[in-house]
Design a protein around this ligand. Structure first.
Ligand code: ADP
Ligand code: ASP
Ligand code: MG
Length: 811
């Protein structure tokens, strides 16, 4: 049983450990390997660096460490037995003090001295824990690993001499009485110098002993419920895997899953000894069983891990094609200089080789390669090695990948859709692992995207950045809040508003703004709004499945869509400006979205929440051809024509429409026909016509002096002036028993707007309130047009339409 640093970090947890071991030794024999108290190894490294740099500050760190160990003794050992134990601990700490002082004096530390210093962590912890076991009535013995783990003298990362070590372990344990408590991580050279086995090496100590003694099972007790599908610190929703094969575990740990130290797997695998990862803090969790068997997992893969900091080197040149021995020379040179290669990928054209190494090795690697290929470089056959730093390796692991087609496709498409660029790919011939090199800045996003794609495909999170909290934006936020649980439970879709801004304030919350009180939150906690900064922040957040939701009618916001889509962020908006902008810009947005695999959705540009754009798209996609669109598309104008009466003048009705949120914030856009012109333009474009806004023929029904008003206030004044004349015309119409409708028509590539009168027999006569109606006459719907009709304005329906588009992004 091996207990890691967090499992022995203080007296309280050590007492738990004692209980766990007591339970186990009721039925069978056990030996215990322990790490240093949590964080002590790091602290020892820091203190020795401080001392070596002549910084006296190391003394206070040493005192704190002393206090920590002495306190543990006081809390674990009965008063009667304390003094001897305290004295022993003190002796060791004094020895540590002496060594550190020596380093301080000579301002230098050798790897050998470093290892000696690091050994204090495990030697102290194991000694104190042995005494604690005794105190708790368990017969136990401090088993000095230095006596039986025999290594070479590669300090810091010593190689174990298994032949000698195995013999020594067997001999030691043959005569041993009680539970042996072994310090992990350390060993010694044949001449008795202390060595360490590499960071995380206590796992290795345990595995070496387990293999030498051919135990039934090795248990590695840590602070998580087992080996998880991904690093739980980086991926929300990572969960423990119940079974893994040795190979799978080896791949995961080699590629960064810190939960097991990679070399530990070899000795137990050779002997076929199963091992289990268990949680000291949750003893009832089943943990992960690692054995020969690979158990099928529906996800197709078993886990994802990453090495966050690597450098990607590329050797390329025309002189490499078809020349035998290039890779041998390249990797031979690296090996001679002790540069370890994390992954390799070579294009089949043989004209370049990519490989990832640790950032610390870059300078050595560069020198080694440039000297090995000096002649070829001079002759221009090989280019000087290209180095890309700040890269990361992501590895996707699982034996089932062999039998699951499409794993690679899913992997690349989910990364692509999120704008994550892949610099190199390697797939082992065993197909146990696909490794990718990506930019370090994308690592967290990549891990989450992949994890969501494979393990949580039934669940998806959209990260929303909402601009505008006016009538539509505000209503949308309320709808998101009230639909949140439903979407999560029924559609497994989580909508998370990460950024929120209006013209005054902006706020961010990576795990989602609390929408219950978004108004107050924005008011109290929001920063001064700055749209440029808002967008920068959205880009920096670099979250997967991001969506910009523009609920403004601002041209400045629309102007940013292209950049946003370029960054693989979807755009959803009721703002018509972008789609009615010059044809080339509209087309560029659609093209960019398609290229980046994200969505640009604007259903609410026409007919508010009514399914107009989607219906049109579905017709076309299914092979239909649009022959004519005839539509009443202005909720505001309809409302006006339906409401104006002898009692309600034109100007008061316009005012009312504004108050009710039907009209655009600037009513001129509605009354001058601009709004309807934009809508029919969008429908025409979606039908395939290459039209500009100036091509839409607009029939103005207001006199020129109204059309020319310079401001909203001015406009309202001119309307009042026009009220009387308008009333005369209205009376005439009423007398004829007709109604006005402002009709938009698209036919034969042309779009026209006209104010028309309709008798009660025409369907357009009966459009109530602010309703819209669209008639599609198509190749298939010829005799009877396809009709879409319903409320075409209002905050609730528009926001609902925006929400539906957002949900569509997730689909
Ligand atoms: P110990 O001190 O017990 O040896 P470590 O800190 O070395 O523990 O390893 C356990 C930690 O490894 C966990 O707390 C977790 O944060 C991290 N970790 C990284 N990747 C994984 C993974 N795939 N599964 C489980 N834990 C992981
Ligand atoms: N204490 C050592 C380290 O932190 C070994 C271990 O805990 O496994 O690396
Ligand atoms: Mg560890």
């Amino acid at each position: 049983m091996k207990f890691g640093g967090s499992s022995v970090k203080d007296a309280t947890v050590i007492k738990k450990v004692i209980e766990i071991v007591k339970g186990r030794i009721k039925k069978e024999k056990a030996a215990v390997v322990v790490s240093a108290f949590g964080g002590v190894t790091d602290e020892l490294i820091r203190l020795s660096k401080e001392a070596a740099s002549g910084d006296k500050g190391y003394r206070s760190g040493l005192e704190a460490m002393e206090l920590r160990h002495l306190t543990a003794v006081r809390e674990l050992v009965k008063v009667a037995n304390q003094s001897a134990v305290l004295a022993n601990v003190k002796v060791r700490l004094n020895e540590l003090d002496d060594v550190l002082h020596g380093i301080f004096l000579v301002r230098e530390i050798s790897p050998k001295t470093q290892d000696f210093i690091l050994s204090f962590g495990e030697r102290l912890s194991s000694y104190i824990i042995t005494e604690a076991f005794r105190d708790a009535g368990v017969k136990s013995n401090w088993a000095d690993a230095v006596q039986f783990i025999s290594t070479n003298n590669e300090f810091n990362n010593a190689q174990v001499d298994f032949e000698t070590t195995n013999k020594q372990i067997r001999k030691f344990f043959k005569d041993a009485q009680g539970v042996q408590i072994v310090p992990g991580f350390i060993g010694s050279t044949p001449s008795g110098e202390i060595t360490t086995l590499g960071r995380g090496g206590s796992d290795y100590t345990a595995a070496i002993i387990a293999a030498a003694l051919k135990v039934r099972e090795l248990e590695i007790w840590t602070d998580v419920d087992g080996i998880m599908t991904a690093d739980p610190r980086k991926v929300t929703g990572a969960f423990p895997v119940s079974h893994l094969s040795y190979e799978e575990t080896m791949e995961l740990s080699h590629f960064g899953a810190k939960v097991v130290y990679p070399p530990s797997i070899q000795p137990v695998m050779e002997k076929g000894i199963p091992f289990r990862i268990l949680n000291t803090f949750n003893v009832n969790a089943p943990g992960t069983l690692v054995s020969k068997k690979s158990v099928h997992f529906d996800a197709g893969i078993k886990g994802i891990s990453s090495i966050d900091h690597v450098a990607l080197l590329t050797l390329h040149g025309s002189g490499m094609i078809g020349v035998a021995g290039i890779s041998m020379r390249l990797f031979g040179a690296l090996a001679r200089h002790h540069v370890s290669v994390i992954m390799i990928s070579q294009a089949s054209s043989e004209h370049s080789i990519n490989f990832a190494i640790r950032p610390d090795d870059v300078a050595t690697a560069r020198k080694a390669i440039e000297s090995e290929f000096r002649n070829e470089i001079i002759l221009g056959q090989v280019e000087p090695v290209k180095v890309e730093e700040d890269m990361s390796v992501v590895a996707v692991v699982g034996e089932n990948m062999q039998r699951t087609p499409g794993v690679a496709g899913k992997l690349f498409s989910s990364l692509g859709r999120n704008g994550i660029n892949i610099s190199a790919i390697a797939q082992g011939s065993s197909e146990l692992n696909i490794s990718l090199v990506i930019d370090n800045k994308d690592i967290k996003k990549a891990l989450n995207v992949i994890h969501e794609g494979f393990f949580l495909s039934h669940q998806q999170t959209l990260n929303l950045f909402v601009v505008g909290t006016g009538t539509v934006g505000g209503t949308l936020l309320n709808q998101i809040r009230s639909q949140f649980e439903y979407l999560k439970d029924t559609h497994h879709l989580q909508l998370r508003v990460v950024g929120l801004t209006n013209t005054r304030k902006m706020a961010f919350a990576e795990h989602g703004v609390d929408l219950i009180d978004w108004k107050q939150m924005l008011q109290l906690e929001g920063k001064k709004a700055d749209f440029g900064k808002f967008i920068d922040r959205m880009f920096k957040c670099n979250l997967r499945n991001s969506v910009l939701v523009d609920c403004t009618s601002s041209g400045d916001v629309a102007a940013i869509y292209k950049d946003v889509l370029e960054k693989s962020i979807s755009v959803v908006t009721p703002n018509k400006i972008a789609c009615s902008s010059p044809y080339n810009s509209y087309k560029a947005l659609k093209r960019t979205a398609a290229l980046r695999g994200v969505r640009f959705l604007f259903e609410t540009n026409v007919g508010s929440g009514l399914p107009v754009v989607n219906t049109l798209n579905d017709l076309i996609k299914s092979g239909d051809r649009i022959e004519q669109i005839e539509a009443v598309l202005s909720g505001t104008l309809n409302y006006l024509f339906n409401t104006v009466s002898a009692k309600n003048s034109l100007s008061t009705t316009v005012k009312k429409a504004m108050d009710m949120g039907y009209a655009e914030p600037d009513p001129r856009i509605d009354l001058n026909g601009v709004d309807v012109a934009r809508k029919i333009l969008i429908l025409a474009r979606e039908s395939g016509a290459k039209l500009e806004i100036k091509d839409v023929k607009v029939d103005h029904f207001l006199p020129e002096y109204c059309q020319k008003a310079k401001s909203v206030d001015d406009f309202m004044k001119t309307l009042q002036k026009y009220d009387a004349d308008f009333e005369v015309k209205r009376k005439e119409l009423e007398a004829k028993g007709r109604r006005w409708r402002y009709v938009a028509t698209y036919k034969n590539g042309k779009a026209v707007l006209a104010l028309k009168e309709f008798e009660s027999s025409h369907p357009f006569y009966h459009i109530e309130g602010s309703d819209n109606i669209v008639l599609f006459t198509t190749m298939r719907y010829k005799a009877q047009p396809l009709v879409v009709k319903g409320a075409g304005a209002g905050a609730e329906v528009t926001a609902a339409g925006v929400l539906a588009d957002i949900v569509r992004v997730g689909a």
